[in-house]
Design a protein around this ligand. Structure first.
Ligand SMILES: Nc1ncnc2c1ncn2[C@@H]1O[C@H](COP(=O)(O)OP(=O)(O)OP(=O)(O)O)[C@@H](O)[C@H]1O
Length: 263
């Protein structure tokens, strides 16, 4: 049975997912409430991105009688509608056309899940107003008219977060968002995510950088070999011991002001 909660964002039960010939997610059982802040940790290739792609319906579970997938309480979605409620941000741009799109237009593409504002798309005044609100929210008014291709990686990531939020996204799904960012841009990204988290946006963050786990994230999911190895509180799971077990190497960990650093 799907747990009875109005606030449920995601419920996966007995989910197996194949990519190509291989089953890469095994027996995934996971429930996430809307507004939760979660980090997913695990070695390369353990299935973290596939899990996000399963949530965004880019990868489909193998059909089995006991398998259940429910997103915002529904088993079936019109993909365009779902994308409006799920903001996905990765280290890559949605397409090469995004490079020749202005910051504000790139934010507007979030209404259409497109890579640029193609001429056949109808942008309303309301949408433009919302895009301007989002540019203010993410502190990126100065990028409004700048081409994405002329922005730094940090500025591009900021605009992509705006794109993810513009169509009233309740949950941000972030796949290694700090990749290729310098230290200042990483800090800016973390500050932005902290602000959004504090304002009620749910966050599901995949990262290899333990220092990306902002203090607002209080739940950790550890994945290994396509399975959820552990799912619990940050206090319980973010320890040198459990990270050493997860990554099969000796890991040291320190904590300062709610942030962790691993080496
Ligand atoms: N397009 C694809 N076709 C076939 N197999 C794939 C494809 N993409 C990923 N895989 C395989 O699926 C498994 C899980 O990959 P996935 O990208 O989900 O892992 P990940 O934990 O996100 O890895 P990383 O940390 O390196 O990004 C891996 O064995 C990978 O080789």
């Amino acid at each position: 049975m799907v747990p009875n909660s109005n606030e449920l964002f995601l419920h996966l039960s007995n989910v197996n997912v194949a990519r190509g010939e291989n089953v890469v997610l095994h027996d995934i059982n996971l429930s996430v409430n809307a507004g939760e802040h979660i980090a997913i940790l695990g070695p390369n290739g353990c299935g973290k991105s596939t899990l996000i792609k399963t949530i965004t319906c880019e990868c489909y579970p193998i059909v089995q009688p006991e398998t259940q997938v429910s997103i915002f309480g529904r088993a079936r979605w019109d993909l365009t509608e779902l994308k409006k409620r799920l903001g996905v941000v990765s280290a890559e741009l949605p397409g090469k056309q995004t490079l020749t799109t202005s910051g504000r237009d790139a934010v507007l593409t979030g209404f259409f899940s497109s890579s640029t504002l193609w001429p056949n798309l109808t942008v309303t005044d309301e949408m433009r107003e919302r895009a301007d609100q989002v540019l203010t929210l993410i502190d990126a008014e100065q990028l409004r008219d700048k081409l994405v291709g002329h922005m730094s990686a940090g500025q591009q990531r900021r605009i992509m977060i705006g794109r993810a939020l513009v169509a009233s996204s309740q949950m941000l799904l972030l796949d290694e968002p700090s990749n290729a960012l310098d230290i200042a841009a990483q800090q800016e990204l973390r500050n932005l995510l902290r602000r959004l988290a504090q304002q009620g946006t749910g966050i599901l963050l995949i990262t290899h950088q333990v220092s990306d786990i902002i203090p607002e994230i209080d739940r950790i999911l550890m994945m290994k070999d396509g399975r959820i190895l552990a799912d619990g509180s940050k206090t319980e799971l973010l320890t040198a011991r459990s990270l050493s077990d997860l990554f099969r190497t000796e890991v040291h960990l320190t904590e300062k002001d709610g942030f962790h650093h691993a080496w």
